[in-house]
Design a protein around this ligand. Structure first.
Ligand SMILES: Nc1ncnc2c1ncn2[C@@H]1O[C@H](COP(=O)(O)OP(=O)(O)OP(=O)(O)O)[C@@H](O)[C@H]1O
Ligand SMILES: [Mg+2]
Length: 274
């Protein structure tokens, strides 16, 4: 089995006059955390949307090692993505607000069901077995992400940081082999961000799930990423370990003008090299 899970080649996307993604190529290896960084508008979310088939590239291809072998992801219909073992969270949380945490997770799990309509209607033993399996998986994820206290809570009443974890849990309930996380730390405080780093490392090490993430917080990026791809204005600038990419002059220059980001880049870099 190849160690490449996903291979993007020469991806470009044009929205009218804007070349949002411009000739970007990268491979994601099985079992790694691969992170896209870059200033606002760099094209990171657009790359995510290409993988989850919300967008079709203007040029380029994405190949993916699905359950039945290598396939051209860019030719798959969007509704097949979940069944190919790809799950995602959104830059803005998307949950059923007026349902409980448990209900949200069971709905997330539903994409995984293999029983047919007839057996669902007659609630056969096969359906019952699937129901029990779903419950078990959901409870396992609740334990892993420490959500026991919130399982019966309505999502709408939960603090933002907890909702973020619920969204992550919902994605995990589909048992993905590739998890796409768009800014997992956005809106979180320092302590919650530390927890998030811990969950992501657990997801990789304990569940063996490959993670492709977009993230601005360089502390989190350095902690959890095996490899980083830096983008700016649609183009790729540098790829390698977090320390290598953060020391790249082109990357530092791309962040100029956002003084806080540059100083945090330098700070993190200093820590990594110390
Ligand atoms: N649906 C769309 N229609 C038109 N332009 C778009 C669309 N989606 C993104 N863009 C443009 O493409 C560029 C890249 O946007 P994208 O959302 O991928 O950036 P990003 O790196 O995720 O930024 P951020 O860090 O702010 O989330 C931007 O110039 C954006 O305005
Ligand atoms: Mg984005």
């Amino acid at each position: 089995m190849s160690d490449i899970l996903l291979s993007a080649k020469n991806l470009s996307v044009r929205f009218g006059g804007v070349l949002a993604v411009n000739d970007v190529s990268f491979d994601v290896k099985r079992g790694e955390v691969f992170t896209l960084i870059g200033p606002n508008g760099a094209g990171k979310t657009t790359v995510f949307n290409l993988i989850s088939r919300i967008y079709t590239p203007t040029t380029g291809t994405i190949d993916y090692a699905g359950p039945q072998g290598m396939l051209r992801l860019t030719e798959q219909p969007p509704h097949r993505i979940a069944s190919l073992g790809i799950a995602r969270t959104f830059q803005n949380i998307e949950l059923f607000e007026h349902a409980t945490v448990l209900q949200n997770l069971l709905i997330g799990r539903h994409t995984h069901r293999r029983t047919g309509l007839l057996s669902e209607l007659f609630f056969t033993s096969k359906t019952r077995a699937a129901e029990i399996e779903a419950r078990e998986k959901v409870e396992q994820v609740i334990d892993l992400l420490d959500l026991q206290h919130h399982r019966e809570s309505m999502v709408a009443g939960l603090p933002y940081g907890v909702r973020k974890v619920v969204e992550l849990a919902r994605a995990l309930c589909t048992e993905p082999q590739l998890l796409l996380l768009d800014e997992p730390s956005s809106g979180l405080n320092v302590e919650e961000t530390d927890d998030m780093a811990f969950w992501i490392t657990d997801i990789k090490n304990e569940l063996g799930i490959t993670v492709l993430m977009v993230e601005h917080d360089m502390g989190l990026v350095s902690k959890v990423s095996d490899r980083v791809l830096a983008m700016s204005q649609g183009q790729q600038l540098a790829m390698g370990t977090p320390a290598h990419v953060q020391a790249d002059p082109g990357v530092i220059e791309a962040y100029l003008g956002t003084v806080d980001d540059v100083s945090s880049l330098r700070r993190e870099n200093h820590k990594v090299n110390a």
